[in-house]
Design a protein around this ligand. Structure first.
Ligand code: GLC
Length: 580
């Protein structure tokens, strides 16, 4: 039964009176229409290059991953997302796919992939692959054909202008490459210059630029059908879904992206394609799960995807990214909320998050990934305690949690001034170093000579590793396991359970929110800064006592008549408490 209790009065203490009202705890929730296995799933992300090398060539491989599936299972996660393991020239670490139907020989064979899926399933783990379809590698056979002057089946699979000498309209500045191949035209790229954009058509083709095809042009449809077959191939082999790379960037628009009206037309055209894919899954692979790298959940979850990664926005940087990383990458100013210095601000993040959360409730899930291969590691000059507070946040937020390999043991961002590796410019390379299994040679990742490793291992004397942390009940590894287990065992922490911020004030700490499912209510209190902090807020559901589920003891006073709660938290602490 849902519990809806209204607040009696507004005359709370001064802090509560000035706080932004994010609503009341109702205990109501809606499970979004996702495959049942994914309703409450937690994912682990594996970067195949650097997880485990079984054949001693210095690069991770699928057999290496298979040998570590018991470990992955022991974390308590439900599913794995693999970064691309397909045949590739590796100009962008395998995102540049040359053969959609073949595992890259350095990782093994298609048989190994089949075995990987089977072995994962035997352990109750689901598997999603990286579906990278906004472009291909420059030496993909489709592009090789497309780059020929003679017209052929693939000429329109990519976006080519009429001639090499006339630049496309200025809104495309920087997006086209000229002087490549034999075809007289410039081709559009989607990321690096060597990643030619597949042609999903233009939402509003410019009649003066006939090379801009409509989204329903027969050649565009033929290309899309080929991509659907790629999806069928991996789903038939045993995949349980996919993560779509650059999902929002498929169709193009002939107008400047700053223009909202045309931006929307493009987004809408892209959504139409993903809806076709959703339908394909529902008809042919109803267990199939769709995860977007779109970073605009209101679009991505609009009858398209089940989950959207919400991390390409400043609010995500405001949570996790160190100032130095921001300066290096020019992404934004400011400080991380989760740093001991205590200069962060939670409110900008929360405003963006709540906007998307309200728009997508019951439609799908938002994911705030706990690290990934494109960002600096969360363990970027952070202690285990600081990381634990971050994970307490990550594993108690609604939506689907994704944990990046190695973060469970606190692997560090390496200060890489090395040259880039396979398109991994700083800080990507320092976040992709080999998994640290033990304190032996190459930290247990590989038997290769260290000079042959894909990327060097962490050279620090005290580099964290799995073996050391396994037997220490207080290790970050074991605390991460506990947090994941708690997420699964507490109804109020389920992916779909209600989320209500209770205390989130500009430029101060702590951050407090409730999660609720029916009668179950859990409060999460986070004080990552070194200094102690205090807060007062109102909890509109009655409770007699509290039970600390995980984290630190804090002082908590509760006025049962008014529902007012005041808390005092020590520096660098968190508390996950259940209301009883
Ligand atoms: C995605 C991937 C990233 C890649 C880019 C271009 O953002 O996560 O690693 O470089 O797409 O494919």
């Amino acid at each position: 039964m849902n519990r809806i209790i209204t607040l009696a009065a507004a005359a709370f203490c001064c802090l509560a009176a000035t706080a932004q009202d994010y609503g009341k705890i109702t205990g109501e929730y809606e499970i979004p229409p996702v495959p049942e296995w994914a309703e409450n799933a937690v994912f682990y992300q594996i970067y195949p290059q650097t997880f485990c090398d079984s054949d001693g060539d210095g690069i991770g491989d699928l057999q290496g991953i298979i040998s570590k599936l018991d470990y992955v299972k022991s974390l308590g996660v439900d599913a794995i997302w693999f970064n691309p393991f397909f045949d590739s020239p590796f100009n962008d670490a395998g995102y540049d796919i040359r053969d959609y139907y073949k595992v890259a020989p350095r990782y093994g064979t298609n048989e190994d992939a089949r075995q990987l899926f089977e072995e994962a399933h035997k352990r109750g783990l689901k598997v999603i692959f990286d579906y990278v379809i906004s472009y291909t590698a420059i030496d993909h056979p489709w592009f090789v054909e497309s780059a020929k002057q003679e017209k052929n089946k693939y000429s329109n699979y990519y976006i080519w202008t009429k001639t090499n000498w006339v630049d496309p309209p200025k809104e495309f500045a920087g997006s086209f490459i000229k002087g490549y191949g034999k075809r007289n035209g410039q081709f559009m790229r989607n990321f690096y210059w060597c990643q030619p954009a597949l042609n999903f058509g233009f939402s509003n083709p410019d009649p003066n630029e006939p090379w801009q095809l409509a989204t329903d042009h027969p050649d565009v449809i033929a290309m899309k059908n080929d991509l659907k077959d790629v999806l069928r191939f991996w789903m038939e082999m045993g995949a349980d879904g996919f993560r779509a790379d650059m999902a929002g960037a498929l169709t193009k628009t002939s107008q400047t992206s700053g223009n909202e009206q045309f931006h929307n037309t493009r987004e809408n055209a892209t959504k139409l394609f993903w809806r076709e894919i959703r339908q394909l899954l529902e008809e042919e692979f109803p267990h199939g799960f769709m995860v977007a790298e779109w970073s605009y959940p209101a679009d991505a979850l609009d009858n398209c995807f089940h989950v959207d990664f919400f991390h390409w926005f400043n609010g995500y940087n405001d949570l996790f990214q160190k100032e130095s990383w921001r300066i290096l990458n020019g992404v934004s100013e400011g400080h991380s909320y989760f740093d001991a210095e205590g200069k962060g601000n939670i409110t900008d993040f929360l405003a963006s998050y709540m906007d998307q959360y309200e728009q997508t409730k019951g439609k799908g899930y938002i994911s705030l990934p706990l690290g990934n291969h494109d960002n600096a590691r969360l363990g970027n000059r952070r202690t285990d305690k600081e990381l634990e507070i971050i994970y307490a946040f990550g594993f108690t937020m609604p939506g689907v949690s994704f944990l990046y390999y190695g973060n469970e043991i606190g692997m560090k961002q390496l200060p890489c001034d090395w040259p880039q590796v396979e398109g991994a410019y700083q800080p990507r390379n320092g976040a992709r170093t080999p998994m640290q299994w033990n304190s032996g040679a190459n930290l247990g990742f590989s038997t290769a000579d260290p000079s042959k490793l894909y990327l060097p291992v962490d050279p620090a004397e005290d580099a964290p590793n799995v073996a050391d942390q396994e037997n220490d009940p207080n290790s970050l590894l074991n605390r991460t396991r506990q947090l994941i287990a708690l997420r699964h065992s507490e109804p109020a922490l389920a992916n779909y359970a209600e989320f209500v911020p209770l205390y989130a004030e500009k430029d101060t700490y702590p951050f407090v929110y409730a999660r609720a499912a029916g009668e179950d209510v859990v409060l999460v209190l986070l004080n990552p800064r070194a200094e102690a902090s205090e807060a007062s807020f109102n909890v509109n559901v009655p409770f007699r006592k509290t039970k600390l589920l995980m984290g630190d003891e804090i002082e908590l006073d509760h006025d049962r008549k008014t529902g007012n709660v005041s808390v005092k938290m020590p520096g660098q602490s968190y508390s996950i408490i259940k209301l009883l």
